[in-house]
Design a protein around this ligand. Structure first.
Ligand code: NAP
Length: 262
């Protein structure tokens, strides 16, 4: 199926690695031009080169910077001639005990995982509406549906974004102009971030990392971790021309880990 993304411009935040990179790869394969961001310039440039070789017909621009800062966002937006597709992403907040978190810690999490996507949405959706096409996809977390105790910063900040998006997506001046906003909720995906949490979890439980990872996989009905390529493919589908009637949704991609009906 032609997803109707050829020639569109996509801004994919936090995309030198992991899920963001998976989204950029899928969009590039569908013929979209992309602007990708990350803080580390070296890995970002390497990813940009890999994307160019996936589809030499598209433009790939790499903007090094922290997307959670006003300067980082301004540079990313300036590099994108028009934003038809916005994939919001940033590193997740650290785990811990809420008794140890002060106001500064909370503000950093809220800045990166709630206010940054809202700022980028604010900068782009009215232009999308004027042109009659727009897709906003926020990478959040399965923890929005099933909060994880030690990820309180993530649970809190991402829930704030989720509530905000649920309201905004239903504005007729957006939904009625073919601008959709949805959240994609990853469960366990095989990325650097997951690997770090596995190493930490294994050491806490006195197990080898591989043994701990096996147990974790066995707790997921799919019996494995997801891949960034699978995540990217769903992202491209949700950003497709065909997905114009799908908005304001929270789509869980977790191999069946969440056991609820809704
Ligand atoms: P990852 O493998 O660690 O990759 C994170 C990417 O984001 C890197 O390219 C990183 O590059 C970039 N990045 C991080 N902070 C940034 C910032 N402030 N500004 C610009 N770029 C930034 O992580 P991932 O597994 O793909 O996770 C992506 C998001 O999904 C995170 O918010 C994570 O919490 C969430 N999530 C992941 C999983 C999972 O199983 N993987 C599950 C639930 C939720 P630099 O470090 O160079 O900036």
């Amino acid at each position: 199926m032609d997803l109707g993304l050829s020639g569109r411009w996509a801004l994919v935040c936090a995309a030198s690695k992991g899920l963001g990179r998976g989204c950029a790869e899928a969009l590039v394969k569908e013929g979209a031009h992309v602007v990708i961001t990350a803080r580390g310039a070296e890995a970002l440039e390497a990813t940009a080169e890999a994307l160019r070789s996936l589809n030499p017909a598209v433009q790939v621009r790499a903007v090094a910077g922290d997307i959670a800062t006003p300067e980082g966002r301004a540079a990313a937006l300036a590099a994108c001639p028009q934003v038809d597709v916005l994939v919001n992403n940033a590193g997740g907040p650290p785990p811990g005990d809420f008794r140890d978190w002060d106001r500064t810690t909370w503000l950093a999490a809220i800045d990166a995982n709630m206010l940054t996507p809202i700022e980028l949405i604010k900068a782009t959706v009215d232009g999308m509406a004027a042109r009659g096409f727009g897709r906003v996809l926020n990478i959040t977390s399965g923890a929005v549906k099933a909060p994880i105790d030690v990820l309180g910063l993530s649970n809190g900040a991402r829930s704030g974004l989720t509530g905000f998006v649920a309201g905004l997506a239903r504005q007729p001046q957006l939904a009625g102009r073919n601008v959709t906003l949805n959240n994609l909720l990853p469960g366990a995906f095989d990325t650097e971030r997951l690997h770090k949490t596995l190493v930490a979890g294994a050491s806490k439980n006195g197990l080898a990392t591989e043994e701990f990872a096996q147990r974790r996989k066995q707790s997921i009905p799919a019996q494995r971790f997801g891949t960034a390529a699978e995540f990217g493919a769903i992202c491209a589908m949700l950003c497709s021309a065909q997905a114009g009637y799908l908005t304001g949704q929270n789509i869980l991609l977790d191999g069946g880990a969440y056991a609820g009906v809704f």
